[in-house]
Structures are given as structure tokens and as C-alpha cells.
Ligand binder design. Sequence first.
Ligand code: PLP
Length: 437
Amino acid sequence: MQEERYLEYDRSFIWHPYASLKSPPRVRLARSASGVEIELADGRRLVDAVSSWWCVAHGHNHPAIVEAIRRQSERMCHLMFGGFTHEPAVELAQRLAAFAPGGLDRVFFADSGSISVEVAAKMAIQYHAALGHPERRRILALKGGYHGDTSLCMALSDPDGMHTLFKGLMTSHLFADKPTCPFGDEWDPGCARSLENLIDEHGREIAAVICEPVLQAANAMNFYHPRYLREMRRLCDESGALLVFDEIAAGLHRTGPRWAQDHASTTPDIMTVGKALTGGHMTLAATLASARVADTISNGRPSAFMHGPTFMANPLACAAASASLDLFAASDYAANARRIEGWFASRLMQLKDLPNVVDVRTLGAVAVVEVRRMPSQSDISDVIDAHGVWLRPFCNFIYSMPPLVSDERTIDRIACAIGDLASRPPDVAPMDSDFHE
Ligand SMILES: *Cc1c(COP(=O)(O)O)cnc(C)c1O
């Protein structure tokens, strides 16, 4: 059977994310996807409870986005951005400027989230070089953070996390303690002490401070106090470091408001957007900067900003992103996220009493059940098949980030599957390398 042959070939020759080719984890052959569901080659359907790694905000194959890609494909699928511009890029830049917090209207289009973070870091370093401070080239990041898989992004993600193997290869940046004051609790000033101490000590070497605002996703599933971001803003202003918010996971209503930073009414100097930008239909990310950052770089030597990927501002991806932002603008996604939070909270909080459960938390359209130990891979597979719900737990986190258009029945099915999984016995075998989402 053709399907069996595809799976067979895949097992032997194709790497999957964070997976071994020697003992490949089970993969399922998918045929199509629409709305909140993925259709498998055998005709079964799974609810995509993780929005295909948090990007399919409006559901799979949204007609408006598919139509925008189709229309653009008839005119021009790709064109180098060196020496040209085009309607999809300008339309998207204008929409992004209107969506972004005040003043962040200078845009660099990147081809993935990781690249947009690299670009943000390079902007910060080039900004200080232009001001006559080439010694400011370290970045301060947070433990428990994740910013992507390329070298510089690895160097900014938690050094004790998934990239330890490459530690020696990476320049050492600075890491403040993971923010522990939870979202929704009373603010504990001790929470930002480590950040404050590092900036006190190394302020003159620091080009920028970077964090995932409010939601540390891929590494820690940590929801922390928004006040932390205000402290960060103050410390950056005092020390002259730029502030970078990586909104790739948390932005575009995942935590409720349009940007996670809106919880704190604080804005950065540079911001990255990705994942849900195209509604998860094409790969695209953007780095947005303030006029001050852009002008300073432009007045330096070189005046050019030194980055330019082959597929920069790909017209198909830009068209998809404009259609996605139009969908975000057309209805109340903050309300969607709040409703999803309520549905999850009412169904999942009771899991706190299970012996293997450490904590249950929800914020916007994110629900996390933290367990002492993950159930076995075969139990996870079994729950996915039995409930028809696609879950992708990692580390000690059973979680869902469903499409923001999910209805109550969908959330109910996801919550049932999560409840079933959290009730299964913890695995006794040693944990393998399945560290990442
Ligand atoms: C996923 C993610 C990235 C990396 O994006 P890619 O498109 O996978 O390169 C960077 N930062 C955060 C916060 C992310 O969640």
C-alpha cells in the first residue's frame, strides 16, 4: 500500500523535529486539514489541540487565507527583495504597523521565527555600535526561555535546557533567574532581583534584554507576572540597553490581548512576531523596531542593516499574513481567548487532585497540566487515538494551545483527552530526548 510505503521511507530517511532516526517516534500520515481538524490517510480525524505548534490561530486552511495565497500565486510566487518591492510586502508592513504597539513601525521580514530573533539581536548590537559602543554586544535573556534553534537563538535560550549539547559553541550571554512570580498573584519584588543585579553588574556590556513576555512557552510553560516586564523596561531605560519582546508564541491573542505585553502596558524597542502571523499557513516572521532604533542604525557605519535572506518578504507568505491580520481585526479574538480560558479552567482545575499532577494553569487560550512524570509514549498514543485529539506533551507538560476559533465542544474534547492522559500512570522508563514541544 502506498501509505505504508510513505511511512516506511519516512522512518528510514527523514528526520522529524527533535527525533532520532535510529528509533524514530511514531508519526501519523496526514492527508488534509481544515478548521480545527487534521484528517489522516486512513480517514480518521484528530482535533489539533496544539494548533500545529501554536500557529494555526484561525484553524487549518482558512478559506480567506487560502484564497489570498491562490490569488497571489497567479501573479507572482516569489521575487528577490533586493532591488524590488511589491504590494503584498507593503500591505503587510502597513497592517503590522497598525497592529503593533505604538512606534514599532519599521519592519524587517524574516523567513522564520528564529531568523527574526537573530535579526533582533543583530539590530541591537548594530544600534550600539552606531552609537560608538561596540563593546555592548551581550544579550541578557531569562532562564526558562526559548527563542529558536539557530545558533544565536540557542545561545539566548535557557543554557540548561534543550541545547546543552552545543553549549561550548555558543558565545555566552547573560541569564537572569526564571521569573517565578505567577501571573495573577500579588507582585513579589524579589522576582526581578536577579535581573536587576545582572544589569547593575554588566550594564555597560549589554546590548539588549530579551524575553518572551508573560508566557515562557517552549521551555517552561511558565505564566509570570506582567509587572516583571515593567521592571525590565525601567532597568533597560536606566542602563541604556534595548528591550526586545519575543511575541512569536504569545502574540496575536494567544494569552488574551493582542500582545502579551499588553498585560503590562509596556512596549519594547524591538519586537518579533511569527507563528500565527500567517495563521500558520506559510512560514513568515517579522522583526519590528522603533524609529529611534532604525534611525540610529541608519546613521551608523555601515548605514545598511546587515541581513537579507533569500526568501525575504516572500509574496505568498505576505499575502497570507495580511489575510490573517484582517481576520484578527475582523472579530474579537481577545474574547475568544477569554472564553477558551474559562472553558478549560472549569474542566481542568479538578485534575489538581490527581496524584501525578503538580499544577494546572490556564491563561488565554493556553492550558497546562504539569505532571510529576509523563505517562508512557504508548499511553500518549493511546489517548490520542481513543479521543481523536492530537496532543504533543513535552517535558512534564501536558498542554493545549488550540486554534483561537475553537468552540466549547472542541475544548471539551481536548479537556477530556488531557484528563485521561493525566490520570494514566507515570512512565517508569528513563526519559528519552523528547525535550521540546
Ligand atoms: C517558536 C518560537 C521561536 C522560533 O520560531 P521558528 O519559526 O520555529 O524558528 C522563537 N521564539 C519563540 C518564543 C517561539 O515560541
